[in-house]
Every structure is written in structure tokens, then in C-alpha cells.
Design a protein around this ligand. Structure first.
Ligand code: ADP
Ligand code: MG
Length: 941
């Protein structure tokens, strides 16, 4: 591409190096460059040359024949009667007006008035339930299960808890994990109400941090009550529920579901007791809920709140709720021996393979140095206590954590061979590693593994499991087999498996991190905190003395943080700000300040700014109709906008694939050492579309075909695809379609429906819709160099904030050359030593011009241009600029109308004309332009 020499020119004109003063002594490497850059900037500023320099990019002028056609389409569009009564959705309008008009205090007062005099008492029901309870306690089953329950420490506090709840509005229950808080406290309160004959006024909700714990616990509690699920006990998670009876019941729900219910019932009038469980995890949802409770409680004096936490900084919660009464429940705990990596290595004598990862690790040397800085002083301290072979192994960075899954498998076999019976609980950061270890134990490659294979029963435990699958984990294993549970953080506090005696703790977990400075949020594998390790240790001492094998050294533990940072301090806030608006909380700055840990106002501002740019909020920060829809969708607002646009532009199937993978994860996995093979497969499957997002869709399509041919197992195996992830993506796609259908943007709830997919083959349009969603995350590829004899091209690229970036090696765009456009959209950036775009799709300038914000026409040095957000300037003749700006005005009107009166775009209606105009403009960019236009002509006949 001829335009790529711009960088070169800039460097030449930026001044010669000869006259520059020397840099301060002591600067090294990159810092020297940075010093000179800043100096040059300062000098420029001093000379008053800071004017933003306009660099014109490629020419986007449209041939006048096409412009004429576009204008004709627009004329037809504008012929629509101004008010089309059929479209009016009075309900939406009313809701939206109400949302804007009423602030939170008024909203609360309003619902309070509505629910005045509400009375659920039902004497007949009370009596029946009382009899039923008495009867159950007579039966063998009931007596047995009650006796088992009575052994739990929490049950010893039953009377005290009941009394405290009667006397106080808020109480805090702290207790070691497994002492029976989650399963017993709701039952204690329900049974108390039943036996006092006032069960009909009792409805208990207990929030859980994860979907799977809500299900498992509800199932277990129903069992304890000798009932089937859906009687007095049920669960409710997003898009799935087994609700219990209306009154005299316990519902375990995810915190998110409860937050959502507050939108229609902010004072929770139908609840009598709210239990917030696992608040020590400090998830965004529980922190928000605690903040909201402080506003709600004065209005609901009869609502009782019980906060439950493991023993982690419990005083913070007590203080936050004005020194509420606190119960400390002592669990029965057997001693647990703590072994660290050095001890484990001394015991097992495991030999690490030389690093098998063939891809050069970008963070290699730095990591090596950091590791050495930590371990060397420690090795000197312990050299007299450990064998030199152990010390040598500790030097290897890959010895700690869970990089070497074979090491963990070997430790499992070691325990089987050397320790008395008892289940083994292995903590791993996420599904991928769990699945790796599972496969390794299930299909062992070593003789040792084969020997033990039939003596162990392995159970994975993670959030991707379907309901019903997880109960097996709790059962006693078949005779002669040892149970091995491989779990994410979920087994740390939220579910308890009784017979665990050995815990393997590699000390790694997945956490989101957000850097305000760079505005980068990502889910990373990180070291756990000391508090996590303490909880994990506790899991080994429930039935008898146990052992906790930490796969990190004592030196590493010294460097670990004491407790996790609350999630809200490490998250992007746009989704949160948007969902607060649905609760009539208009000022995010004010409300978020009241939380137990207030996020940084700069982070709030970044969130508000993004929401303004994507038109979810207007310039004053008020919710727009589009914003209201995005707030209701359970995904990131950018993805929400993407799927909404895909409904209007009839390309639902491919775009929901992209949105699902962005919200969840890529279906590809990369075993160590196989990365380049996986990359190759991705490239093949991406059909040169230059898009990681469209790749997901072509993968899903191929997967569907393989299923149809009953060849999906082979297909997944050969292509490094996870069928579990693919199935989850399909489920998410269906959920999205269902939601859009319920909001009336679609005529069918099936994402493969033909009417919703009329444009699903039009690649230029798909690119543009992905761009419309991911905007304003843009990147500009300034230069792509193909060096002789090298396969991979070298890129010079920057995101719109001016930061240099590169495609991540796992992106299909990495190392490619010959792109048809220099512009890309992305969702995630990742920072290691370099800044990478984890995912990207090539887009054409016209897509940015049509769907971007701040698009303006102007003239510089006698040349007309169109610019996007004062970032990218494109040469453009005046006629094109006029037409495009008019088109944008029309599109804005259309989107507003669709948001206010949701409905699909009718195939032959006025609105379709505008869509056609947009399609026509977008189609010009693709090399297939002509074919594309002719098929459009056929449509017209
Ligand atoms: P806490 O909330 O205090 O951590 P729980 O109420 O979750 O404790 O657990 C109490 C007991 O209930 C544990 O001993 C655990 O073994 C048992 N339990 C919980 N869920 C199940 C289940 N699905 N199957 C078998 N036992 C369970
Ligand atoms: Mg619990």
C-alpha cells in the first residue's frame, strides 16, 4: 500500500540528532528514547507549534453515480409518514420517560406508596405448613437428616440467630467455611417462621456469587428437607430457574438476578429476609447491593438482612453497617499441615522437562529476572535445609504455579501411593487447565499414570458445568477409588466437599484487572492472596487432619497480597454506571462514593465518556433510549450495541457469534508447544477475512456441519476446539436472540432464522456492524513491512489514543500483509512487554464514517476531508461529504425511532431504503464490489 511511508517522513522532519543535548546519565534503553521524545515535544510546545497536525488518510470519495443512488434511497426513506401509529410502543415510552423523570428517592417513595398495606398473611397456609413440619420430623428420613444437620456448628447458634434477627435489622454471621452458614441459616429462619405459625409472611432470598453454587446448594437444601426442588426451596439464575413456592420459601439466586429485580421492586416488598452470602469475596455485585441496602433499609424497617462472610476482614462489614451485631461461628477444624513447593519437590523428586513452549515468550527475560530476584536470596537462606537438587528446581520459573500440569498429575499419584485414603482437591485457575489435567489423569501417558488410572475417580468442578452434572462431586467415590476433584475458586468457600483431606494449591487464579492509566481491562491469571491460601488450607481439615500442598515457595507467599482487591476497584465501570441508571441512580459519582470501597473518580469518568461516545448517554450524561436497551442487555454495552445493530441489519447469526465469543471466550485452545499449529488452523478457517471475530462464526458454522455429520468429536480434536465452549457459545447466541426477540427487535427468537439473516453473507456489512459495536476501540496500521525471506510481516500500528500496539500472536491478523484497509477495531488490549490487540477486525473507512461519532467535514490546505472523532481524517470531495453527513443524520433518526418503538426493519418498508443506502456505500470498499452491487440490483426487482 502506497500510504505507508508516512511514519518515515515524520521521523525525518522531527529534527536532526546532531544538535541535541545529551541525555542525563543513568538512563538506559527505552528511557533514553522517551527522554528525547519528551524533550522534542516540550521544545515544540515552547515554540507554540502544538497545533494538531492534520494528516489526511486515503480518499473516501464516492463515484457520483453511486451517490445519486444513495440520495434516491434516502429520498424514499424520507417519504415515510412522520408518525406511523402502528410502531408506537407506548409501554417503552412510558418506562423510558419515567426513568428519566424520577430520581431514586422518588422512585423508592413511589413503590412504597404502591405497596402500602400489602399483606401476605394466610392463616390456612400457616397451619398446613406447621403440620407438615411436625410430620416430617416424625418420619425416619426427616429425623435422620435433621440429626445430620444438627452436627453442623451453625445449628448450635440457631436460637441466637433467630433472636438476633428479631431484634436487629442487620446482622453479620462470620464463620469458617463449611460450618453450615449457606445451607442452614435460611432453613433456621424458615423453620422458625413455620413453627411459630407465620410462614406465609416469610420469603427468604439468599444470594450466591456464582450460578453453579446457587443450583448445587438449592438441590442439597431440598434434599435436607426431604423435598424435591421447587417446593420450599428453589433457585433463580439468569435465564434459568426452579422457583420455589411464593411464600414460606427460600430462593438461592445469583447476586446479579437480585440486582435486576430491584429495577421493578427497589424495596424488595415481597421479601422478608435477604441474606447476602460470601460478601468477603467483594464482588462488584455484593458491594453494589450493600451500598443500595443502605438507602433501602430505612424505607423497609421490617426487612431483615443477614450478611454472611468467611473470616476475611469481617470488621469492615460490621463498620459499614453501623457496627451491626456480629456472630462468629467456630467450625470444627482438624490441623492441616502446610507444605510449600520446596517440601513438595523434596518429597516427590519430580523432574521438570526443559521448557517445551516453542513460541518465544515475550515476557521471558523479564520474568526470569523477577523470579531470580525473588528466589536467589531465599535459596541462600534455606540452602542448609534442602537438598541441592531441590534448590536447583526452585530456580526454574515454571516449577511454581500450574504451568506444568504433569507435575500436578505426578503429585496426585504421589499422594495416592503414599498417603492414607481421603479425597484430593486440586485448585486450578480456569476451565482450560482443569480440562488439561482431567484429560491427563483420564488418558495417562506414563506407566505410573496408567497404573493409577483405575484407582481414582476424577471430578471437574467449574462454572461451565450444566445443572445436574455437579452433584456427583459430593457423593462418596466407588469402593477402592480415591476421589480427585479439580475445581476453580468455587470450591474455596462457596461449595464444601466433605471428604477432602488433601488440597493441592498451585496458588493461581483468574482475576480481572483494570489499569486506569491505559484504560485496559483484562482477565489474567494471577497469584492468589494469603487469605485465599488460608481458605484453601481449611478445606483439607474437615474430616480429619489433612495436608495442603502449596505449589509455590515460602518466598513467593511472602510476596503475595494479604487479601484480594475488591473487584470494583479493578473493573471498568461502564456496565455498572449503565445498570445504575435503570435503578434511577443518575449520578454515578455520588452513589459510587458511598460504597464500602469507592472506585477512583477517573475510572468513573472513563466509563461515562465511553457511554457518551457510543450514544448510551447524551452529552449531559442522561440515559438515551438506546442506552436503556443496552442497560437491559446482560452484556457489555459495546457488545449490546453490536447485537442490536445486527438485528436491524439482518445479520444476526454471525454477529451474535462474535459477541458471544467476546463476552465469553474463544473456542480455540492452545496446548503448550502447539501454538503455531493452532494459529495455522485459525488462519485457514478465517478464509482471509482479516477478522478474529468473523473467524469465530466460521468456526461455529463448521462445527454445526460436523455435528450434522456426527463428526464433531474428530472435528474439535483436529482443530484444537473445545466443544464445551462451542456449545456454551451457541447457548449464549440463543439467549441473545431470545432477548432481542422479547424486546421486539426480531420476528423470531431463533438466531438462525432466515429473516434475521438476510445479510449474513455480506462480509463488508458484517465488518461494519462489528465496527459499529466495538467503536471507539480503533487502531490504525501505519506501516506493514515484509522483510525478504521472512514469512511474517512487521507492523507499525497505533490505537486512537496514540499508543503503539501490535496484533497479538494468536490473532489471525498477526504477521499478515496485504490488508485492504489500514483500520481495525478491537475489543481487548493486553499489556505484557508490548501492547497487543487480542482480537481485531479489519474495517473500511466508510464503516467508521457511518457508525463512528464526531464525524465532521472540513477543509485543510484546500483539500476537503471527513474526519472521525478528530482522530482519523480522510480525503473526501464535498458532494460525498454532504451525502454521507445527511445519511448519518437519517441513521441517527432511525436508531432513535427504533429504540423508542422497537420493531424489526420491514423488508419493503421505508426504513429498508436507508439500510440499502448504507449497504451500498459499504459495499464499495470490498474488492468484490461489483458482484455485490449486482446482487443488490436483483433484490430491487
Ligand atoms: P458454609 O456456607 O458455612 O461454608 P455450607 O452451608 O455450604 O457451609 O455447608 C455445610 C455442609 O453442607 C458441609 O459440610 C457440606 O458438606 C454440606 N453440603 C453442602 N452442599 C452439599 C451437597 N451438594 N452435597 C453434599 N453435602 C453438601
Ligand atoms: Mg457458604
Amino acid at each position: 500500500m502506497p500510504k505507508f511511508n508516512r511514519m518515515q517522513r515524520d521521523r525525518d522532519t522531527s529534527g536532526s540528532y546532531a544538535r541535541k543535548p545529551r541525555h542525563p546519565p543513568g538512563l538506559k534503553g527505552k528511557d533514553i528514547g522517551l527522554y528525547y521524545r519528551n524533550l522534542a515535544r516540550q521544545q515544540k510546545k515552547d515554540r507554540g507549534e502544538e497545533q494538531p497536525q492534520i494528516r489526511l488518510g486515503c480518499n473516501v470519495s464516492v463515484p457520483s453515480g453511486v451517490l445519486t443512488r444513495v440520495k434516491e434511497f434516502m429520498e424514499e426513506y424520507n417519504r415515510a409518514p412522520t408518525r406511523d401509529k402502528r410502531d408506537v410502543d407506548a409501554q417503552f415510552k412510558r418506562q423510558f420517560r419515567h426513568l428519566l423523570k424520577v430520581n431514586f428517592e422518588d422512585f423508592v417513595a413511589e413503590t412504597k406508596e404502591k405497596n402500602e398495606g400489602l399483606d401476605y398473611t394466610n392463616a390456612k397456609l400457616d397451619e398446613t405448613l406447621q403440620l407438615e413440619l411436625e410430620q416430617r420430623q416424625q418420619e425416619d428420613n426427616g429425623r435422620e437428616r435433621l440429626a445430620a444437620r444438627n452436627k453442623l456448628p451453625t445449628m448450635k447458634y440457631a436460637k441466637k440467630i433467630v433472636k438476633a434477627v428479631r431484634k436487629n435489622q442487620v446482622i453479620l454471621i462470620v464463620g469458617s467455611t463449611g460450618c453450615g452458614k449457606t445451607t442452614q441459616v435460611p432453613q433456621i429462619l424458615l423453620d422458625d417462621a413455620i413453627s411459630r405459625g407465620c410462614a406465609s409472611s416469610c420469603r427468604i432470598v439468599c444470594t450466591q456469587p456464582r450460578r453453579i453454587s446457587a443450583i448445587t446448594i438449592a438441590e442439597w437444601v431440598s434434599y435436607e428437607r426431604c423435598e424435591s426442588l421447587g417446593n420450599s426451596v428453589g433457585y433463580q439464575i439468569r435465564l434459568e430457574s426452579r422457583k420455589p413456592r411464593e411464600r414460606a420459601s427460600i430462593t438461592y439466586c445469583t447476586t446479579g438476578v437480585l440486582l435486576q429485580q430491584l429495577q421493578s421492586d427497589p424495596l424488595m416488598h415481597n421479601l422478608s429476609v435477604l441474606i447476602l452470602d460470601e460478601i468477603h469475596e467483594r464482588s462488584v455485585e455484593t458491594d453494589l447491593l450493600m451500598g443500595l441496602l443502605k438507602v433501602i433499609l430505612p424505607h423497609r424497617p421490617d426487612l431483615k438482612v443477614i450478611l454472611m462472610s468467611a473470616t476475611v476482614r469481617e470488621q469492615d462489614f460490621c463498620d459499614y453497617f453501623d457496627n451491626c451485631p456480629m456472630f462468629n461461628i467456630e467450625g470444627v477444624m482438624f490441623p492441616v499441615q502446610m507444605l510449600y513447593l520446596e517440601d513438595v519437590l523434596a518429597k516427590t523428586n519430580y523432574q521438570f522437562q526443559k521448557s517445551r513452549d516453542r513460541r518465544p515468550k515475550r515476557d521471558g527475560p523479564e520474568r526470569q529476572m523477577n523470579h531470580a530476584a525473588m528466589i536467589e536470596p531465599y535459596l541462600r537462606r534455606i540452602r542448609n535445609s534442602y537438598d541441592s537438587r531441590v534448590l536447583e528446581k526452585l530456580r526454574l520459573p515454571e516449577s511454581e504455579g500450574c504451568e506444568d500440569i504433569d507435575f500436578i498429575a505426578d503429585l496426585v499419584y504421589y499422594i495416592c501411593e503414599n498417603e492414607p485414603e481421603g479425597a484430593i482437591l486440586v485448585f486450578l485457575p480456569g476451565y482450560d487447565k482443569i480440562s488439561q489435567l482431567y484429560t491427563l489423569l483420564d488418558k495417562p501417558k506414563t506407566p505410573k499414570g496408567q497404573r493409577w488410572r483405575d484407582h481414582i475417580a476424577v471430578f471437574p468442578l467449574h462454572s461451565l458445568m450444566q445443572s445436574g452434572e455437579q452433584q456427583a462431586v459430593f457423593k462418596r467415590p466407588p469402593k477402592g477409588k480415591r476421589k480427585v476433584i479439580i475445581s476453580t475458586i468455587i470450591a474455596e468457600t462457596s461449595v464444601t466437599i466433605d471428604d477432602v483431606v488433601y488440597v493441592i494449591n498451585p496458588g493461581r487464579t483468574k482475576a480481572t484487572n483494570y489499569d486506569i492509566e491505559t484504560n485496559i481491562q483484562m482477565l489474567e491469571e494471577v497469584w492468589v492472596t494469603k487469605a485465599n491460601t488460608q481458605q484453601r488450607k481449611g478445606r483439607a481439615g474437615r474430616v480429619r487432619p489433612g495436608i495442603c500442598y502449596n505449589l509455590f515457595s515460602r518466598a513467593r507467599e511472602d510476596r503475595m497480597a494479604d487479601i484480594p482487591t475488591p473487584e470494583i476497584l479493578r473493573s471498568k465501570l461502564e456496565s455498572i454506571i449503565l445498570s445504575l441508571k435503570l435503578l434511577h441512580i443518575d449520578d454515578p459519582y455520588r452513589f459510587l462514593q458511598t460504597l464500602i470501597n469507592a472506585p477512583n473518580p477517573d475510572a468513573i469518568k472513563i466509563g461515562v465518556d465511553l457511554l457518551m461516545r457510543i450514544d448510551a448517554l447524551d452529552k449531559t450524561g442522561t440515559l438515551t433510549p438506546l442506552g436503556m436497551h443496552l442497560a437491559k442487555l446482560p452484556i457489555d454495552p459495546q457488545m449490546g450495541k453490536m447485537i442490536l445493530m445486527s438485528a436491524l441489519f439482518c445479520c444476526l447469526d454471525p454477529i451474535t457469534s462474535a459477541a458471544a465469543a467476546l463476552s465469553f471466550k474463544s473456542p480455540f485452545y492452545s496446548p503448550l508447544g502447539q501454538e503455531s499449529r493452532v494459529d495455522e488452523i485459525k488462519r485457514r478457517m478465517s478464509n482471509n477475512m482479516r477478522s478474529d471475530h468473523l473467524l469465530v462464526h466460521s468456526t461455529i458454522v463448521a462445527y454445526r456441519e460436523s455435528r450434522y455429520a456426527h463428526a464433531d468429536r474428530d472435528f474439535c480434536y483436529q482443530n484444537f476446539l473445545s466443544s464445551m465452549t462451542l456449545q456454551q457459545l451457541e447457548r449464549m447466541k440463543n439467549q441473545f436472540s431470545e432477548l432481542l426477540y422479547n424486546y421486539k427487535f426480531l420476528t423470531s427468537s431463533n438466531c438462525k432464522d432466515s429473516a434475521s439473516n438476510m445479510n449474513s453473507e455480506k462480509i463488508p456489512l458484517l465488518r461494519a456492524i462489528i465496527g459499529a459495536g466495538l467503536y471507539p476501540n480503533m487502531a490504525h496500521l501505519r506501516k506493514s513491512r515484509q522483510i525478504k525471506n521472512r514469512v511474517r510481516a512487521i507492523h507499525t500500528m497505533a490505537t486512537d489514543d496514540g499508543r503503539r500496539v501490535n496484533f497479538h500472536p494468536s490473532s489471525v491478523n498477526s504477521g499478515e500483509s496485504g490488508f485492504d484497509s489500514e483500520y481495525f477495531v478491537y475489543f481487548q488490549r493486553q499489556k505484557s512487554t508490548d501492547l497487543f490487540l487480542l482480537d481485531s477486525t479489519m474495517v473500511f473507512p466508510m464503516a467508521l464514517i457511518i457508525f463512528g461519532d464526531g464525524v465532521e467535514a472540513g477543509v485543510t490546505e484546500n483539500k476537503h476531508y471527513l474526519c472521525v472523532a478528530k482522530t482519523y481524517y480522510f480525503k473526501c470531495d464535498q458532494e460525498t461529504a454532504d451525502v454521507v453527513l445527511e445519511l448519518r443524520g437519517n441513521l441517527e433518526k432511525l436508531l432513535l425511532k427504533k429504540a423508542l418503538y422497537p420493531a424489526p426493519i420491514e423488508d419493503n418498508g421505508y426504513e429498508k431504503q436507508l439500510i440499502k443506502a448504507i449497504e451500498l456505500l459499504l459495499s464499495l470498499d470490498e474488492s468484490m464490489g461489483e458482484d455485490y452491487m449486482s446482487s443488490d440490483e436483483i433484490d430491487d426487482i
